[in-house]
Design a binder for this molecule. Sequence first.
Ligand code: KIV
Length: 263
Amino acid sequence: MRKKQTISSLQRLKGVEKLSMITAYDSLFAKIFDGEVDLILVGDSLNMSFRGENDTLSADIGVMLYHTKAVCNGAKNTFIVADMPFGTYTNREEALQNAIRFYRETGADSVKIEGGVEREETIRHLVENGIAVVGHIGLMPQSFRSEGGYFVKGKDEESREKVLQDALAVERAGAFMVVVEGVKEDLAREITESISIPVIGIGAGKFVDGQVLVWSDMLGFFEEFKPKFVKRYMSGGSAVREAVQNYNREVKSGEFPEEENIY
Ligand code: KIV
């Protein structure tokens, strides 16, 4: 098991070694992932993959605190980032009060906030008050309804400039790391080379400082569809289905329980 990363060790690795981040939503899986990756993200993507909702927007602070606490209980040796849910950082005071709840009520090491230029003041306020912040720019899932879907960013000059300015704003505000989602690879590269904090990509190509994937996507438990940027490292859904089918068959046939399972 590797040693738990800190903000400075993560930052020192920029340009030296790629950083790996995976989401986790519960203690059971967090324990399995613990020490195997550099960071765990308690992403509000859990609202889709765990709760079956269409988007992240209905995950409220209670939901995110509950799951973050569970993940922290399971992963004691991994740096944990918790997503601040939609509607919990509409102004800097609200953001600070809610971020403090993540620190007080869970063991999260930092919080993640979507938005660039428009969140600069908020991020700065959190950082000034002792909260470690990860930014999230490019495709921002919490804008799903206001934008009418998920759209790759950086396809034209205006969009490129907007995402680049967002990256600079997040860095200026004092975030120690930024997630860049759903952008053209050359833009992600330009951002990575333009800022001094680590850039973690998802759907942002190779030329970033690290990668993040949603665990249920990369382990093949989420089967409805596979976004282009996802690589499946196992077929979790079919493996579990097969095991459950075997169990069902053995219960019906009386093969289970076996001698070793009986008191
Ligand atoms: O909620 C989440 O899982 C995320 C990742 C997609 C970066 O924000």
